[in-house]
Write a protein that binds this ligand. Structure first.
Ligand code: PEP
Length: 256
């Protein structure tokens, strides 16, 4: 089943607005639950309130980050078991964390392995910077990130693993990637995952596209044969827009 994931980042700025946004998404997501999995990723302080609200709605909940240790003296961090108590999903290695928090491939690999071991679903993000894209280095960068990030992942984890291909130059820029280009990179990702955990297990790993997805362009991505859904940032903050993205995805997969 395709996954449509809403990364709210550090938005909206108060809990009431966050709950309004959830209400706007919930009613529609329930109706599409046969064809599409919807997951929302609010900021940490609101996870509990959102969790209470979405109970029995079919909408899944996720966090935007996690630490790799299970407990201990790690000020400010949140462990996989703590998240597992209220979430089904976590995003790991988002480019904004790579850029602003200096997260390395090694840290991302540890987070991915730790979250999977706590039985969370993981969306691991990969993607090249604009300079790399301009220099024709996209494949080299993305394959390096996938190989490093999956270093400790086992074939058994494949059903809970999602890789989001998010070219950094497409995130929040309004410059979404050409679908043919996105397809080639996703095909590369699928091949590398197969090399690492075996082709059978790799088929269970879902691959998403992310980067300036909106209602008017989502169809061209979800129609791609290898695309298992989308990771949506800015457009997920507008309930109407996000709901259109969910509906389009549901329609496309309903016809497959
Ligand atoms: C993201 O942050 O993961 C993202 C894809 O953002 P946007 O949709 O705003 O480009």
């Amino acid at each position: 089943m395709p996954l449509v994931a809403a990364n709210w980042k550090m938005n909206p700025s108060n809990l009431d607005d966050a709950l309004d946004l959830v209400r706007g998404v919930m009613s529609v997501a329930r109706g599409q639950a046969q064809n599409v999995e919807v997951a929302i990723f609010p900021p940490f302080p609101w996870l509990l309130s959102v969790s209470d609200l979405i109970i029995e709605s079919g909408v899944k909940l996720g966090a935007q980050n996690v630490f790799w240790e299970m407990k201990g003296a790690y000020t400010g961090e949140v462990s996989p078991p703590m998240l597992k108590a209220i979430c089904q999903w976590v995003i790991v290695g988002h480019s904004e964390r790579r850029l602003y928090l200096a997260e390395t491939d090694e840290m991302i690999a540890k987070k991915t392995a730790a979250a999977l071991s706590a039985e969370l679903g993981v969306i691991m993000c990969v993607g090249e910077l604009a300079d790399h894209y301009d220099a024709g280095m996209s494949e080299q960068i993305v394959s390096g990130q996938v190989r490093a990030g999956l270093a400790s992942v086992a074939a058994d984890d494949s059903a809970r693993l999602v890789i989001a291909y998010e070219p950094v130059w497409a995130i929040g820029s309004g410059r979404n990637a050409d679908p043919e280009f996105a397809y080639k990179t996703m095909r590369l990702i699928r091949r590398i995952v197969g090399e690492m955990i075996g082709a059978g297990a790799a088929r269970k790993v879902r691959i998403l596209y992310g980067g300036s997805v909106k209602a008017s362009n989502v169809q061209q991505y979800v129609e791609l044969p290898l695309c298992d859904g989308v990771l949506v940032g800015g457009a997920s903050l507008d309930a109407e827009e996000f709901v259109k993205i969910v509906k389009t995805t549901s329609e496309v997969y309903g016809h497959r």
